[in-house]
Design a protein around this ligand. Structure first.
Ligand code: FAE
Length: 544
């Protein structure tokens, strides 16, 4: 199915009519390779026997950049996405579930919610839900729950929109084979522009009730000698102002974020994916999950796909052939696929570095209790716009996060990104046929140690305490989760310096698995910019 503008272009229509009239879905006209490619791309969900010029696994940042730039280079692609296409409303008239009380639309194939802030006053706030292909996956990988977006748009559907370019010195340390000049002069600006990244109007920030929580977070950090910084975002801040004025339906100001935003947030379906599908050269199969990739007889790759229904039942299995395969299933999705294909002998020549150097971006969550005179507000925007930047001094960049509970709770919540050097590996378990992750809870201790220095100092200065009731009973640190999985197919190790998988021409990695474990800030701008850099090289050298 095709997405993007509601009205198909005339070329899309005439192409569809042509296919409908002739029954041609797979190319039979061998004039030139690019013509064959164009003729071969089906304008519908994939079916067994289809051959596509380019198959993209996953529709998050890496996948969306790939689809757009291939289309602009004249190459048809098909995106296979395991999650739903979040465009149709449920029985309540809403596409997304409410943040305060998520229903089945909130979680990926679970019978019970798995809230990142799981407790209040010691009691669990999780509740039973129907199993459904919901928008947020809390994927358990042993000692860690990895939160990821599921649906057309990947993580952009559920994330806070914080669009942060890392410090150049840190970027140069983690990805030394990448020309930083090119990244900072060309590809970061290109990513930020196409994602629609902007800054909050600072005068409004200072005056609105909805960012009181941020101003309190800034005040206490600065009183302890820490720097704070405004953080750009993909949320439309003009829309947010109108939300406050009551002129438009509320989204961020109604707490919407981790289960989807109805308005205001420029998620990928409104940016890269909208542009990509508007070309008429990109099609998407939602609720389709890639399970196997292996060289096909002759040329290209055979890709096995399970089609699932909204309850997660497999309703069809399909095998298609792709001339090129782009892995963009996210750090965990891509790593799991590659590790299991290598271990099972389907892609035996993959580099030994596949599955290595995975990290949590040093994520750890913590909350503090403020004094009664430091109210954080019953009104809170769900979109964070400020961080404590103690990266150079303490190895900590902490997002001052909202806790939009709709009541005054005097809570300051933080998601800290820390300089945690611990890494883990993905491993195939031949008895279960599953891929596991070696991450242990002890490896998160370094994140706690680093963050504790910062927040102990703030608590001491303010004479305040940690909340110990929000992540379990008597648990100060939420060290059992990450929002920022990174690594598993690291650039220039598991792939060449542009994401090509060694030993398999025409197979590429395009997502967060290229970034080794820790990018020092929220990662999607870097994932996008790196994908922009790599696809530019691939289009120039491999496709023409
Ligand atoms: P991603 O966006 O995860 O896309 C991968 C896609 O592949 C997903 O749609 C999957 O459903 C799909 N997929 C996986 N396996 C398969 C398969 N086998 N077959 C078919 N499809 C498959 O990957 N980052 C920031 O920079 N700023 C933030 O404010 C921020 N907040 C966040 C808040 C939350 C709650 C979460 C969960 C994440 C947040 N992130 C944030 C992280 C960010 O969303 C994440 O780094 C990117 O989405 C990763 O991009 P990728 O392209 O690697």
């Amino acid at each position: 199915m095709s997405r993007g503008s509601a009205v198909p272009s005339s070329s899309q229509l005439s192409r569809r009519r042509f296919i409908a009239a002739t029954g041609i879905a797979a190319g039979a006209v061998a004039l030139s390779s690019s013509w064959v490619s164009a003729a071969a791309a089906p304008r519908r969900a994939l079916n067994t026997g289809d051959r596509v010029p380019a198959l993209i696994i996953g529709s998050g940042y890496g996948g969306s950049v790939t689809a757009l730039r291939l289309a602009q280079a004249g190459i048809d692609s098909h995106i296979v996405e395991m999650g739903r296409d979040w465009t149709t409303p449920g029985s309540d008239g809403k596409i997304f579930t409410a943040t305060a009380s998520p229903d089945k639309r909130g979680y990926w194939l679970r019978n019970r919610t798995k809230q990142p802030v799981s407790n209040f006053l010691g009691a669990s706030i999780d509740k039973d839900i129907d199993k459904y292909a919901g928008i947020l996956d809390a994927e358990n990988m042993g000692a860690i729950n990895v939160y990821q977006g599921r649906g057309v748009g990947g993580g952009s559907l559920v994330n806070g929109g914080m669009a942060v370019t890392p410090k150049r010195s840190w970027f140069e340390q983690i990805l030394p084979s990448v020309d930083a000049n090119e990244m900072y002069n060309t590809f970061y600006p290109r990513a930020n522009a196409t994602l629609g990244v902007t800054n909050i109007d600072q005068a409004w920030f200072e005056s609105t009730d909805y960012y009181k929580f941020s101003r309190v977070g800034r005040k206490v950090a600065e009183r302890s000698g820490f720097k704070t910084t405004f953080v750009p975002n993909v949320y439309d801040f003009d829309y947010m102002k109108q939300e406050e004025a009551g002129a438009v339906p509320k989204s961020a100001l109604d707490g919407e974020v981790i289960f989807g935003n109805h308005h205001g947030k420029k998620s990928l379906p409104k940016t890269y994916l909208a542009q990509a599908t508007a070309t008429g050269k990109v099609t998407i199969s939602p609720l389709h999950r890639v399970t196997k990739v292996a060289p096909a007889p002759g040329s290209g790759y055979g890709v096995e796909i399970e089609q699932i229904d909204e309850q997660g039942n497999i309703v069809a299995t399909k095998t298609v052939i792709a001339d090129k395969v782009f892995f963009a299933a996210g750090s965990v999705g891509t790593s799991k696929l590659l590790v299991s294909m290598k271990a099972q002998g389907h892609l035996p020549n993959l580099a030994g570095a596949v599955g290595q150097e995975w990290g949590t971006n040093g994520n750890v969550m913590v909350a503090r209790a403020n004094h009664a005179w430091d109210a954080t507000g019953s009104k809170q925007s769900s979109i964070p716009t400020m961080g404590i930047d103690a990266w150079d001094t303490n190895g900590v960049f902490a997002e001052i996060a909202p806790f939009p509970a709709g009541a005054e709770l005097w809570i300051s919540l933080y998601l800290a990104i820390t300089k945690n050097p611990e890494r883990a590996q993905f491993q195939f378990n031949s008895s279960t046929g599953q891929v596991g992750l070696s991450w242990t809870q002890a490896q998160a201790q370094k994140s706690i140690d680093l963050a504790k220095v910062v927040f102990d100092k703030i608590n001491k200065k303010e004479v305040t305490v940690y909340r110990s009731d929000m992540f379990g009973s008597n648990k100060v640190w939420n060290d059992g989760l990450t929002y920022h999985p990174l690594g598993g197919a690291v650039l220039n190790k598991a792939t060449d310096n542009y994401g090509r998988l060694n030993g398999y021409p025409g197979m590429y990695v395009m997502d967060g698995s290229l970034v080794p474990g820790n990018v020092g800030v929220n990662p999607f701008v870097t994932i996008t910019a790196l994908a922009e850099r790599n696809i530019a090289n691939i289009v120039a050298n491999d496709l023409h």
